[in-house]
Design a protein around this ligand. Structure first.
Ligand code: PLP
Length: 456
């Protein structure tokens, strides 16, 4: 790289999230300079199909003029205002109405933050405050799942169930527990049906709640389909059984829709696809098609009642961000939701998603390196294995998924590797069946190139 190239300047001064810094200095960055639909392009003009919509987020793809207009208009009208202590503004009011109208179950109020992590922190602090307001301050433990991803702030990282987010940070914080993930392929016992597996996981959850003391357990956080933990679609009856346990012990359900919301799973919300009836729902990412940072927290009437009673009886709920409901981000989110309606995002994503699931299986399920192809709608994963019969992954030191990601770039694909050498698929919701076909064909070629590379 030339001394003044973007790559050299990056290496000199950028500290990247989630990055092996030594490897980064050697290889250098892929500098993305533009976008068009489901494609992004680098500084040399090479185009890549973005198989994960950036970070599972750019629902409308990488160039939508209406969102640009919405942002510009709002910036001219009112670039900033806040929502503290009774202040309000029109984008905040309109976005709250639209989300409540579209919620998967009757919801009462909407709160806003800037990221998925903050939305989940907010949900946790609502639950803690709520139980203080209800005069049961000991009811504050929360349970999430191994493999779940809920973000990286101290509380959200604690909710996340991945070792990399815990072990070097002394996390999780006290009172956050993790139960098993519903991944039949790796975690079912020999001969166990999906139904039996779901029953066992619900029993495990119940044992945990009873062991901890039901009067101390307040909430359960779950993604409808686990995303960053590997794209884990639970067995059909999993959430029905889990929710029966939660209701029995008065434990609130928080659906983390940060990835699954806005058509991703073939319904407007992952909760609808998976039969979840959350008390609190968090969303982000595709809410604004990620053109500006914004996340939402929807609460039902029961939660709102407790927050409302509490504010007059035990003191204000001391929580909120300077940028909660930022007018420009909210205006972009409003426009995004309007576009989703106009294009019937749910039918569109369901149709392209069905093609993606079918074509991925046809193209690579029988490949010797592929253990499992899984997913639903426009979220999927292809897991690489060393031993197909035993469901055994490669030694992580072989960095097999990283090799495939590099080959993906050569074949015009941005790929994303997850734990267990799983490659994620979560393209922009606007992707067409023809573009799905291009994505699968390129992936299939990259996978064959990986076979050749591993044989050498
Ligand atoms: N929840 C889920 C399901 C996510 O996938 C993510 C991010 O990928 C988050 C929460 C955290 O969101 P953020 O990175 O915006 O803090």
């Amino acid at each position: 790289h030339g001394a003044n190239s973007p790559a050299a300047r990056d290496i000199a001064h950028v500290l990247h999230p989630y990055t092996d810094h030594k490897a980064h200095r050697e290889k250098g960055p892929l500098v993305i300079t533009g976008g068009r639909g489901v494609y992004v392009s680098d500084e040399n003009g090479k185009e890549y199909l973005e198989t994960v919509a950036g970070l599972w987020c750019a629902g409308l793809g990488f160039q939508n003029e209406r969102l640009v207009q919405a942002a510009a208009e709002q910036m001219r009208k009112l670039p900033f205002y806040h929502a503290f202590t009774g202040r309000s503004h029109m984008p905040l009011i309109e976005l709250s109405e639209m989300l409540i109208e579209r919620a998967p179950v009757p919801m009462s109020k909407a709160f806003f933050a800037n990221s998925g992590s903050e939305a989940n922190d907010t949900a946790l602090k609502m639950i803690w405050y709520m139980n203080n307001a209800l005069g049961r301050p000991q009811k504050k433990k929360v349970i999430s799942r191994i493999g779940g991803y809920h973000g990286v702030t101290v509380a959200a990282a604690s909710l996340t169930g991945l070792p990399a987010n815990h072990k070097l940070f002394d996390l999780p914080i006290a009172g956050i527990l993790h139960t098993s993930r519903p991944h039949h392929y790796h975690n079912a016992q020999p001969g166990e049906s999906e139904e039996e597996f779901a029953t066992r996981l619900a029993a495990e959850l119940e044992e945990m709640i009873v062991r901890e003391g039901p009067d101390t357990v307040a909430g359960f956080f779950a993604e409808p389909v686990m995303g960053a933990g590997g794209v884990i679609v639970p067995p059909a009856t999993y959430f029905e059984k889990i929710q029966a346990v939660l209701r029995k012990y008065d434990v609130l359900l928080v659906a983390d829709e940060v990835i699954c919301g806005f058509g991703r799973t073939g319904s407007y919300w992952g909760s609808q696809t998976m039969g979840m009836q959350p008390d609190i729902l968090t969303c982000a990412k595709a809410l604004s098609s990620s053109y500006l940072p914004i996340s939402g927290v929807l609460v039902n009437e029961r939660v709102y009642e407790a927050l409302s009673e509490g504010s007059s009886q035990i003191g204000t709920w001391g929580h909120g961000y300077t940028y909660s409901g930022h007018p420009v981000a909210a205006a972009v989110a409003v426009e995004t939701l309007k576009i989703y309606d106009e294009m019937d995002i749910v039918s569109h994503a369901a149709a392209s998603g069905a093609v993606m699931q079918k074509r991925l299986r046809e193209a690579v399920a029988d490949h010797p390196l592929v253990g499992e192809v899984r997913g639903i709608g426009l979220i999927g994963a292809v897991e690489l294995v060393e031993n197909k019969a035993e469901h055994r992954n490669f030694d992580p030191a072989k960095k097999v998924a990283a090799k495939l990601v590099a080959l993906g770039e050569e074949h015009g694909l941005i790929l994303r590797a997850l734990p267990n050498d799983s490659i994620a698929f979560s393209p922009p919701q606007i992707i067409t069946p023809d573009e799905v076909e291009i994505m699968v064909t390129r992936f299939s070629k990259a996978l064959d190139a990986l076979s050749v590379q591993l044989r050498r």
